[in-house]
Write a protein that binds this ligand. Structure first.
Ligand SMILES: Nc1ncnc2c1ncn2[C@@H]1O[C@H](COP(=O)(O)OP(=O)(O)OP(=O)(O)O)[C@@H](O)[C@H]1O
Length: 242
């Protein structure tokens, strides 16, 4: 169980995340939604220990991640918005490199790399340098790298950003296969995908969590026919400022 309590993050005068409280179950597929600048990436960065909160706390199984950050980082991994592959390394080398950073020996790193290439449909690209892969395949590699350490919790920041329809569908199918096997927390702007995949959805607006529940619960609560309608409703005042 991840427990976020009154989490806040400010950059100077700007409040990026404002008193956010949230519990996420072990094995849950949780989608964090919100308009541009709502605070999703900042939230994910704090949850994965990459940014220090201004206030509040994040606990995993009752223990604050900030009391032993190194230990907490061992059980989670992040695929950031900007693809984090090493351009001059091959697909296999990128995967092995990540596994080694997380303390796996050479043999285990190699076998895990093979396993991940199979799972993510990258086997025939094993020796291809990452920089020559298409954007979609780089994204897939980046996610495979986040998964190679078999984290208990994985954060995916807009995993389908810039992908074409087929690549996006393929990736969602891969994620569907991983559902329940680890806690997956992702941000995305593709609401129709979330509607079928996520166990629960949180919608952020101006740094605050303003809606939380299953898609059906949210549709019922706000008397709307789709998640998109709910989203537009709860983030409505934004339009005034843009
Ligand atoms: N390092 C930083 N320095 C200053 N301001 C920041 C920094 N990082 C984020 N912000 C600000 O915090 C707010 C939240 O940003 P964040 O990236 O978390 O939003 P987001 O919901 O992920 O947006 P998007 O959908 O566009 O990725 C924004 O106003 C952003 O400009």
């Amino acid at each position: 169980m991840i427990e976020i309590k009154e989490l806040g993050k400010s950059f100077g005068e700007r409040v990026a995340v404002d008193c956010l409280s949230l519990k996420i179950r072990e094995g849950e597929f949780f989608a964090l939604l919100g308009s541009n600048g709502a605070g999703k990436t900042t939230t994910i960065k704090m949850m994965s220990g990459l940014q220090t909160p201004t206030s509040g706390d994040i606990k995993i199984s009752g223990e604050s991640i900030f009391s032993n950050l190194q230990e907490a980082k061992q059980m989670m991994n992040l695929s950031p918005q900007e693809t984090a592959v090493a351009p001059n390394l091959s697909v296999k080398e990128n995967l092995e490199f990540t596994a080694k950073i997380y303390g796996r020996d050479k043999k285990e790193a190699a076998s895990r790399a093979i396993e991940m290439m199979e799972k993510f449909g990258l086997t025939d690209r094993s020796k291809t340098k990452a920089k020559t892969l298409s954007g979609g395949l780089q994204r897939r590699l980046s996610i495979a790298m986040a998964m190679i350490t078999k984290p208990r919790i994985v954060f995916l920041d807009e995993p389908t950003l810039g992908l074409d329809v087929r690549a996006r569908r393929d990736l969602w199918n891969i994620l569907l296969g991983l559902k329940g096997k680890m806690t997956i927390i992702l941000t995305t702007h593709y609401l129709e995908d979330v509607e079928t995949l996520a166990d629960r959805v949180g919608i952020m607006h101006n740094g605050k969590l303003c809606a939380l529940g299953t898609t059906n619960e949210l549709k019922e609560e706000y008397q709307k026919h789709s998640l998109e309608e709910v989203f537009l409703y709860v983030t409505e005042d934004l339009e005034v400022f843009v």
